[in-house]
Design a protein around this ligand. Structure first.
Ligand code: PMV
Length: 285
């Protein structure tokens, strides 16, 4: 039995979500958390081993694979539905596993194009930032296309902690909500776009970057995508010494991302109130 393997990381959006849908830049970072896929040829109908596919995963598999002849094993430590890029990681890993099985070496552009088709099943019409950062595995500044424009960036200095709101985030629904609130929220979206430029210039300076992230959160509140739970987590992180914090991803649920010199007090404060938190990116990692 021949098989192919593919791996791709999850991501966090540092700043610029939602504005990126309207042509502004966003900064996205790959995570160490990743999705691994093994794809094997087998007899009978195509199936997912070891897990029940939800409706959208089943649809993505239907688009990606023939009806018969394949068995797919998915192992992932990227939290699902938390704005941490689980569907992009799945899409990129699946495209890579298919190419590996066929013995083909796909150029980056082809990986992204195929993965975007799959990600559209989960997200409607994504800007493409999640797939691009997952496929590259390095921090980027991203402008949606076509053609998309990408600039590799250094990792921000300091540590980034993700705090889980405990609620799922439906990206397609949140993006549609923002579209309905336009043009009333255009000023906030433009301000987020301008803020991303300033953030890019201070990635190496956590004391300067932190307050910009908190300002990005305030603007996302104006755009209407935060929740009281996400606002509480921003306050919790800042109260525990974060230099700044904001929701990351589509909002409505998902995670808050906090920037700190030292992640430990934030991880302790989160644990104290039963909030799951991960140190996702740090200079020492
Ligand atoms: O996949 P999420 O939840 O991280 O959201 C992606 C970021 C958005 O800007 C909200 C949507 C998009 O397609 O860029």
């Amino acid at each position: 039995m021949s098989s192919g393997r593919g791996r791709a990381p999850g991501k966090l959006i540092l700043c610029g979500e939602h504005a990126v849908v309207y042509g502004h830049p966003a900064i996205a970072l790959p995570l160490e958390l990743a999705t691994d896929i093994e794809l094997a040829r087998c007899e009978g109908p195509t199936r997912l081993l070891g897990a029940e596919p939800d409706a959208r995963l089943a649809e993505a598999l239907r688009r990606a694979l023939p009806e018969r002849g394949f068995a797919l094993t998915v192992a992932s430590d990227v939290p699902i539905g938390r704005g941490m890029g689980s569907s992009a990681a799945l899409s990129v890993a699946l495209v890579r596993a298919q190419a590996d099985l066929e013995g083909a070496s796909l150029p980056h552009g082809a990986v992204v194009a195929r993965a975007l088709e799959l990600e559209a099943v989960f997200h409607g019409r994504p800007s493409g930032v999640d797939v691009e950062v997952s496929a590259r595995g390095e921090p980027i500044r991203f402008w949606r296309g076509p053609p998309a424009r990408i600039e590799p960036l250094p990792l921000p200095a300091g540590a980034l902690v993700a705090l889980d709101s405990g609620a799922g985030a439906d990206t397609a629904e949140m993006v549609a909500g923002v579209a309905e609130r336009r043009p009333a929220v255009d000023r906030a979206l433009d301000a987020i776009g301008a803020l991303v430029q300033v953030c890019t210039d201070v990635l190496g300076d956590p004391e300067a970057l932190g307050p910009l992230l908190t300002e990005n959160h305030r603007l996302l509140c104006e755009v209407g995508v935060s929740t009281s739970r996400l606002d509480e987590l921003v306050a919790l992180a800042c109260g525990a010494g974060a230099l700044g914090a904001k929701l990351s991803g589509s909002g409505g649920g998902g995670v808050v991302l906090a920037l700190a010199r030292d992640p430990e007090p934030i991880l302790r404060a989160a644990a104290h109130v039963g909030v799951q938190a991960w140190c996702c990116v740090s200079e020492d990692s």
